[in-house]
Design a binder for this molecule. Sequence first.
Ligand SMILES: Cc1ncc(COP(=O)(O)O)c(C=O)c1O
Length: 460
Amino acid sequence: MGNESKTRRLLEDAARRGIAYRETCAGRSVAPKPDAVAAVGRFVEALPVEGKDDEDVLAMLDEIGSPASIAMAGPRFFGFVIGGSLPVTLATNWLSSAWDQNVVMHEVTPATATLEQVALSWLVELFDLPPETGAGFVTGATVANFTALAAARHRVFADAGWNVESVGLIGAPPVTLIVSDEAHPTLFKSLGMLGLGRDRVVRIPTDRQGRMIAAELPAAEGPTIVCTQAGNINSGAIDPIGEICDAVEGSGAWVHVDGAFGMWAAASKALRSMTDGMQRADSWATDAHKWLNVPYDSGIAFVRNAADLASAMAITADYLITETEHRNPSDYTPELSRRGRGIDVWAALRSLGRNGVEKLIDGCCAHARRFAAGLSAAGFEVLNDVVLNQVVVSFGDDAKTREVIGAIQSDGTCWCGVTVWQGKTAMRISVSSWATTGEDVEKSLRAMIDTARRLGARSV
Ligand SMILES: Cc1ncc(COP(=O)(O)O)c(C=O)c1O
């Protein structure tokens, strides 16, 4: 058999297996069964001296890997904040993987670079960010925070007469970092990776929903970066970003928004007021693999002044075609080489349109409210104001709540994780997938309530 027909057979086999996986996702246990998990041990083998047949390699991946995967792509996965890729984005992901483009330079990959530029301009419009905003596609909100804060670091040091990209941080003037007490741990990690320190921060207290209290901000003096948050990982609450911008107005402080998922509230007329003032910030980080439901991995860093982002990220070399009239994708990202993540974002936005994104966001929030109402009616304590797509619920004391969560996970109807919220162990329900229907919510509610009652849980 020629190479051509072997490749065709292999890719058709992969497509057939992928389609079968997606078609069975809604009907299977969300958590993999223990025997399937045990079977992953079969992957652990010595490096083969001679290569194996390609069809066998694929078959092994499917036969062992597929049953051992958790059904994140299905409609009843409510763990962490994880969307399930929209079919069109999976399709464009498959096709663009076939292209195998390295999106470094516009001149070399014009189609990919143009698609990314279009996707970025649509996002800027969707979030109502300043039209001059620059941006880059990265792996997720962690790296989006890192990238945007690298631009912030550039600007605040440049304003203090210090070229941080050139001479680094040793001997640099001090910078004040203002961070919410409820900032996501990856925000602190980003600050650490930038050499600004995870702990050298001024922490601002938050209210009962995890929102930064703007009145507690110190007067911003000298080089200052203020990190706000749109979407608390537990409650979904959004910081009062407008009030925070008011508090530092005129000080020259850089305001950043970690909007991994909460930023998407700006795409909904019903929710938009929660993000009031967000557009006044200097930089923003968000994920597309969460609420836009594109395949992993996909995040975006936005910076109002594109030149600050390029100053932190752009490089040049004799062998690279960086002299161009076009936007060079790698001028705005930490990576030089990377895949065309923006293609799936373009596909999601083109397929959904502005109205479809709004419907997706509003739909997830409506499902979250139904979860909260159903659990409250059954006598369990919902610990947060359900303002977005997040519900935090207690099934009694910490031990009982953990026991119930474990039993819900192994029941397999749905999957939710554990957290600690305001000192109380709780279950987090995050509704982030396009695939979740009202029926999925009712089915999951029944499983949660039946499991909790069977274990004798009651609210305290
Ligand atoms: C507010 C916030 N920031 C950052 C992150 C990190 O995102 P990622 O895992 O996509 O890097 C998350 C993840 O849930 C988040 O909720």
